[in-house]
Write a protein of this length. Structure first.
Length: 258
């Protein structure tokens, strides 16, 4: 869909400049303030905001899921070029500046990422989840709740967006932090309704997907399926019993750690 950055080179230039300014700002924040320091910090904030806006505007708008109730596509600005982009920054995620459109059944989305070494080196932390897809029974057991799983390339890695939908959504149910983010962007009837945080423990995740598909609680889309057709047959599911870490990882400076 629309909006990729002009060239991979421009993406690299933008991220390098943003990183240099961001780290300069961190150094300036240490110690006493002066008029000159405040002036420079203001300049940096303005330039990083402009770079952030250019980065966001240049991301491709990709369909990441399809609602099993109304069949609407969930379309996000998504950085599929690699996990060194600001979309993947855990502590200060740029996605918070532009909430995507959602259908009224949307509840939350998380994900997994199978990394291929060497991973990109970032001065900030990236938390893309486990290597393999999973579901969270506490949410999926709720009446009317279903999940949809898909996969797509993220640079040389493989990403697995996992969206949760409710028909209905029980108001008391608490969602999951957005995939790769430290916060959950909550929605009400498809409209942004604020931010919260819900840290997911590894022991809350279930990696045995077949029973959930058999129950009709988990649907999936085949890799590379441009039609985003929802499927529910266990026998044809390519996401079962995948190899990889079944715990969340943190990536920083090119190092992958539990």
């Amino acid at each position: 869909m629309s909006g990729a950055m002009d060239t991979p080179q421009r993406r690299t230039e933008l991220l390098v400049r943003h990183g240099a300014l961001d780290q300069e700002l961190e150094r300036l924040a240490v110690g006493p303030y002066s008029t000159e320091k405040k002036r420079r910090m203001t300049e940096i904030h303005r330039e990083t905001a402009a770079l952030r806006d250019e980065y966001l505007a240049g991301l491709p708008q990709l369909a990441l899921s399809r609602c099993p109730s109304c069949t609407d596509l969930a379309i996000d600005r998504f950085d599929d070029a690699g996990i060194d982009g600001l979309w993947w920054r855990y502590d200060r995620n740029v996605r918070r500046y532009e909430a995507p459109r959602r259908c009224r059944h949307y509840f939350c989305f998380t994900g997994a990422l199978t990394t291929v070494a060497p991973v990109e080196s970032t001065y900030y932390t990236v938390e893309p989840g486990p290597d393999v897809p999973f579901v969270v029974p506490q949410i999926l057991e709720g009446e009317g709740m279903r999940a949809v799983l898909w996969s797509l390339p993220v640079g040389r890695h493989t990403g697995y967006p996992i969206f949760y939908y409710g028909d209905p959504i029980i108001a008391e149910t608490y969602g999951l932090n957005d995939w790769g983010d430290a916060s959950w962007g909550s929605y009400t009837d498809g409209n942004p309704a604020g931010w919260a945080s819900r840290f997911l423990l590894d022991e809350e995740c279930d990696f045995d997907l077949a029973p959930w598909i058999a129950r009709g609680k988990l649907l999936y889309i085949l890799p590379g399926d441009a039609t985003m057709t929802l499927r529910s047959d266990v026998a044809g599911c390519p996401y079962l019993d995948l190899p990889g870490r079944r715990y969340s990882v943190a990536i920083r400076n090119g190092q992958v750690r539990p």
